[in-house]
Ligand binder design. Structure first.
Ligand code: HEC
Ligand code: HEC
Ligand code: HEC
Ligand code: HEC
Ligand code: HEC
Ligand code: HEC
Ligand code: HEC
Length: 409
């Protein structure tokens, strides 16, 4: 109620102010465009994270510890989370059919055995997933890429059947799509197939990890310019999300955090600073879908956030209000709660509700009550010798009032 009355009184002033902001924003946009247009967008326009280290050392070093960086890596021993030790290296479909993870001279393999006879050996090429929930793997055959049948499931600390894979036979030919790489890597160049659905990818034109250039746009021009002009203090040819519109800021993250949106243009053509709606059919989550529980929490932070009152009734809230772009802030509930408190005054009379009054240290954890962890329907796996699938828990971004929740602290 209070909010509505306030809006009425301030209506005229807000109107005029909005117009001024609009005019002003146009000016910024125009000058911004001249300085910062990024014209190229092929493999040549990207340089990779290491190039940024020379001039942005601190950010670079922090970024290496983030889930974004770790989300796809070459499948070297130190990057594979599961065990190759005897006794811990097996996933069984039945007493006759199993897969063993084996270290051989030429690399790491998932080896399929039927009646103890080797049927096929698939080589680990790329790891996908930082391992917070789990890690899947990609095999490369020529320029074709396939998702491997066994995934490491972190909660149970063991090898499991890959999510969505059948439980009674081994799939060895599920292709990796451009969209899978678009969400888990910085760049991949398609080969063969169609432009919308390439059949393969060029191994020497792939940039693994969600790197700097995914959120800032391809940066070859930026690096070239600033290397040649060492005294230039004003950034050129680079996108800083902080100076984009609210919608474009959300779009930078929404490319990968909007769940199952349908692409209307080829993968990797969207870059930071563009409008996501020109590249995807966006599905907005409606309140009815929220209430009936048919919404999948996995990967759809943007959709769920949009359905929340915090988002609808504020004009500034974006992902960046709560998330530092370059830091690994995982599990720091105090820090996240402080970000809630930046909008919600815990000393206000209206805040002192029945439930809030019972919480001893309210400023420490708003999260478990208002953004509870929920089971994913998409990420659930079968573990060795278990009949029922086990689901991953994912933090819901529908910020709302739920039934009583237990606090972690
Ligand atoms: C030769 C030095 C140099 C290299 C290499 C370099 N930058 Fe920069 N960058 C600058 C300078 C100078 C600025 C302007 C001052 C500042 O904001 O730090 C800047 C600013 C930025 C900004 C802020 C832009 C703004 O409008 O506020 C971003 C984002 C950025 N760089 C990203 C990158 C990325 C990503 C890479 C690697 C692909 C990179 N830079 C490599 C020199 C460099
Ligand atoms: C290219 C796709 C992509 C873009 C763009 C992207 N993300 Fe992500 N993000 C991912 C993937 C994939 C993961 C899961 C990483 C993992 O654990 O393997 C992730 C994980 C995260 C996490 C969890 C981090 C953790 O410690 O577990 C946060 C928070 C996050 N992203 C926020 C953002 C925000 C905010 C933006 C926009 C500024 C953004 N992301 C842009 C793909 C992306
Ligand atoms: C639309 C973007 C998108 C697509 C497509 C996508 N993912 Fe993800 N994936 C994410 C995001 C975002 C997360 C972070 C967890 C979350 O929000 O559910 C994630 C999480 C994961 C994780 C768990 C990482 C962890 O936290 O430990 C694995 C493994 C994974 N994805 C593998 C894949 C594979 C393999 C494919 C393709 C075959 C794929 N994903 C397709 C966006 C995507
Ligand atoms: C997940 C998306 C994402 C990734 C990955 C990312 N950034 Fe950023 N970066 C942002 C956002 C968002 C901002 C604006 C932060 C804000 O709101 O002030 C930003 C701001 C910056 C700035 C401006 C100064 C500052 O600290 O705000 C620089 C410079 C920069 N990033 C460089 C880099 C470099 C270098 C890398 C890789 C090592 C990188 N970024 C990776 C999203 C990202
Ligand atoms: C940018 C400001 C902003 C931030 C940050 C923010 N909120 Fe909100 N939130 C709002 C506004 C505005 C409303 C609607 C008015 C109200 O109910 O106070 C709201 C409403 C709510 C509601 C009522 C929801 C309902 O359905 O009735 C809850 C609960 C809530 N916020 C919790 C949180 C939590 C927890 C965080 C941190 C994780 C948070 N908010 C961060 C602005 C914000
Ligand atoms: C009001 C605060 C708030 C906003 C806004 C917000 N997040 Fe989060 N997010 C959180 C909190 C709190 C967590 C839990 C962090 C943890 O467990 O370490 C989280 C976790 C995540 C995770 C990891 C999910 C998991 O369970 O593994 C991803 C991915 C993520 N956020 C992405 C986003 C994206 C993308 C946006 C914008 C569309 C966004 N967030 C907006 C507060 C927020
Ligand atoms: C123990 C769980 C719990 C914790 C911790 C908690 N809340 Fe709540 N919150 C609730 C419940 C339940 C309600 C609904 C009113 C009630 O039953 O008291 C509520 C109501 C709200 C509302 C709407 C109340 C209004 O103004 O009409 C907001 C906003 C809110 N909480 C924000 C927060 C923030 C911010 C924090 C952290 C500083 C927080 N809550 C911590 C459980 C919790």
């Amino acid at each position: 109620m209070r909010f509505r009355i306030k809006y009425h009184r301030a209506f005229v002033i807000t109107g005029i102010f909005t117009m001024l902001v609009f005019v002003f924003a146009q000016c910024i946009n125009n000058t911004g465009k001249k300085k910062n247009t990024i014209t190229q967008n092929g493999f040549e326009a990207y340089v990779g994270n290491e190039k940024c280290a020379g001039c942005h050392k601190d950010i670079y070093e922090q970024h290496l510890k983030t889930a974004h960086h770790l989300t796809s890596l070459p499948a070297q021993e130190k990057n594979i989370n599961g065990s190759f030790e005897k006794g811990k290296n097996r996933f069984s479909y039945s007493p006759f059919l199993n897969i063993k993870m084996e270290k051989r001279d030429s690399g790491f393999y998932q080896v399929i055995y039927f009646n103890n006879e080797e049927k096929m050996a698939m080589r680990f090429n790329i790891t996908v997933g930082s391992g917070t929930m789990g890690q899947s793997y990609i095999e490369k055959r020529g320029n074709r890429y396939y998702q491997m049948p066994v995934t490491f499931f972190t909660a149970a600390h063991q090898w499991s059947n890959s999510p969505g894979f059948p439980n009674d036979k081994v799939l060895t030919d599920r292709p990796i799509t451009a969209r899978c790489l678009e969400c888990h890597a910085t760049y991949a160049q398609g080969e063969g197939g169609t432009e919308m659905e390439p059949a393969g990818f060029a191994a020497d034109r792939m940039i693994l990890g969600v790197g700097c250039e995914k959120c800032h746009g391809p940066a070859a021009q930026h690096v070239e310019y600033h290397t040649a002009h060492e005294n230039e203090k004003l950034a050129k040819f680079i996108v800083n999300p902080a100076s984009l519109s609210r919608q474009q800021q959300l779009d930078v993250c929404g490319l990968c955090h909007s769940g199952k949106i349908q692409k209307t243009k080829a993968s990797f053509t969207f870059t930071a600073g563009k409008n996501l709606s020109d590249f995807f059919d966006e599905k907005i989550i409606i309140d009815k879908a929220m209430q009936s529980g048919e919404v999948e929490v996995h990967g759809n932070q943007y959709g769920l956030l949009q359905a929340s009152k915090c988002f609808k009734q504020s004009t500034t809230l974006t992902c960046n209000t709560c998330h530092g772009a370059h830091q690994n802030e995982r599990r720091n509930m105090q820090l996240f709660s402080n970000r809630c408190i930046s909008c919600h005054n815990t000393n206000a009379e209206s805040f002192k509700t029945v439930t809030h009054k019972q919480v001893v240290n309210i400023s420490k954890n708003c999260i478990d009550c208002h953004m509870p962890q929920q089971e994913s329907k998409a990420i659930s796996v079968y573990l060795d010798d278990r009949k029922n699938p086990v689901a991953s828990l994912i933090r819901s971004h529908y910020i709302g009032i739920y039934g009583n929740k237990k606090l972690t602290e």
